[in-house]
Design a protein around this ligand. Structure first.
Ligand code: AMP
Ligand code: MG
Length: 480
């Protein structure tokens, strides 16, 4: 089969880094690959054309059975703090089939997740189950449509093999597309090797790939720390805008590009409860909704530690310079968070009492167990909450504030692009995943279609905007 016509344009620049950072290894073929989901739109953005390739060959490509011949697949080495504990990790079940350049010269890692054992697999089987891979596809594509920086999903194939977890599941492979897979943990890994020259190469590589604007800086390490911090702050604020709880913000799951990655135990909050977390193994709520800012700061501090040798020859000076950057975190976060919350309630221009107004609303929402998504989306419909006096008072103050600096119409416009009408509700995610278990992929495809336009007013499909059935004990499992 001539795969040339697809248009893969591989250029595996990561292989120019130190050989300690990766291992060249091919995905292990699977017995009977079949396509479950394929993202035509993403393929188009990548300028990949599968129209002349018979479907069985497409499945083979995304199963790793068939590798285009102009690339050398590899798995990456990294470390990470998992729930606060440092561990050496690496791609234990993933292989980057290549870095592909599209016609705009944008570089994307195409990675197969669930591609078989690697030297980093530890006790794992190198494989993935269908449910979690569909979940990652659904959530990542939903975040993308919500306008949030994220890795994306190009395909899910079933392998025809089963994987053993608590019970037996059908096996699957997800094709993940990322602007890179460099993580805080990649830096931590090289820092733990005490090889400053490898670390410096990774730093330069990361700047080249993700922060070219600071390439010429004399203080590139400290500049990267600053730019990366800002980017992560903005990403996490965007998660919070839509009620997203990532759920496993270990340092190996935080990319230098700022894209959200790894959607194991993540979920969207229904009722507004700042302490919301879903992961069955997050016993203390370390990664709860409200802890996401403080964990982001903690993770960035781990990144800062790992690049200390690159900031200044003198360690004391390095620590001082890194600390000065980290000390800006709270100020940046609060400022940008307030800006985001202002937009959610349609406030134009700034006023010194805005924060109070926002916090008052959040308090009412928490006390009255109001739905996060629907409250903001329907804020203009005061009749919804007419029984609550505190909400009525708040509503009237809010209307005055909106009227004082603009018009209700212009506020509405902002609110309609900042407050989604549909998110992947937990009960609906479970429902479509359950249907998929029995080979019915229609419902997940239909759900994906709706999630593509999350800011649209859905009149007919009211199931997606009505108060959902809420399961307060909803838990997500890492059993991937
Ligand atoms: P995650 O929790 O998905 O971020 O994964 C943490 C680490 O465990 C990474 O190094 C993964 O490659 C590895 N891992 C997860 N599942 C498996 C598996 N089934 N086989 C081998 N390694 C795995
Ligand atoms: Mg991970």
């Amino acid at each position: 089969m001539d795969l040339k016509q697809i248009g893969f344009n591989f250029d595996n620049s990561y292989l120019n880094l130190s050989q300690t950072t990766y291992i060249k290894i091919k995905p292990q073929p699977v017995s009977n690959p079949s396509m479950v989901l394929f993202n035509k739109e993403l393929a188009k953005e990548l300028n990949l054309d599968f129209s002349k390739i018979p479907s069985e060959f497409i499945s083979k490509i995304f199963a790793g059975n068939l590798i285009p011949n102009n690339t050398e697949p590899f798995s990456q080495a990294y470390a990470g703090h998992q729930f606060g504990h440092f561990t050496i990790l690496g791609d234990g079940r993933a292989s980057i089939i290549g870095e592909h350049l599209n016609q705009k010269n944008q570089r994307y890692d195409i990675q197969l997740k669930g591609s078989g054992r690697t030297p980093f697999s530890r006790n794992g089987d190198g494989r993935a189950a269908l449910g979690p891979m569909l979940r990652e596809y659904l959530i990542s594509e939903s975040l993308y449509s919500l306008g949030i920086p994220t890795t994306r999903s190009l395909a899910v194939v079933k392998t025809g093999e089963s994987v053993q977890r608590e019970i037996i599941h059908p096996g699957a492979i997800l094709s993940r597309v990322a602007s890179s897979h460099i993580r805080i943990g990649t830096f931590q890994y090289l820092a733990s090797n005490n090889n400053t020259s490898d670390l410096k190469n990774l730093l330069d590589y990361t700047i080249n790939r993700h922060y070219p604007e600071i390439k010429k800086s004399k203080d590139s390490a400290v500049e990267l720390l600053h730019s990366f911090m800002l980017r992560q702050i903005n990403s996490v604020i965007e998660w919070m805008r839509v009620g997203f709880v990532h759920g496993v913000m270990n340092t190996d799951n935080m990319t230098l590009s700022g894209e959200a990655i790894d959607f194991g135990p993540c979920a969207f909050m229904d009722v507004y409860k700042p302490n919301t977390f879903f992961s069955s193994i997050d016993y203390n709520g370390r990664y709860s909704y409200k802890n996401q800012p403080i964990i982001t700061k903690w993770n960035i501090a781990r990144f800062a530690e790992s690049i200390i040798p690159l900031i200044d020859k003198n360690k004391e000076t390095s620590i001082k310079l890194a600390t000065e950057v980290l000390e800006l975190f709270d100020k940046y976060f609060q400022k940008n968070w307030l800006e985001m919350m202002r937009s959610k309630i349609g406030l134009i221009r700034k006023h010194k009492d805005d924060k109070k107004l926002i916090l008052r609303l959040l308090t009412i929402m928490e006390e009255r167990r109001m739905d996060f998504t629907n409250t903001f989306r329907m804020l203009n419909q005061k009749k919804l909450y007419s029984k609550s006096l505190d909400f009525k008072n708040w509503y009237s103050d809010w209307q005055k504030r909106v009227g004082n600096f603009g018009s209700f119409e212009s506020s509405q416009k902002i609110m309609m692009i900042k407050n989604p009408s549909v998110i992947p509700r937990n009960n609906l995610v479970e429902q479509v995943l359950n249907d998929s278990k029995f080979g019915n992929y229609k419902s997940i495809k239909n759900f994906l279609r709706i999630l593509k336009k999350p800011y649209k007013n859905y009149l007919k499909e009211t199931i997606f905007i009505k108060d959902p059935k809420i399961d307060p004990s909803y838990k997500t499992f890492c059993g991937t």
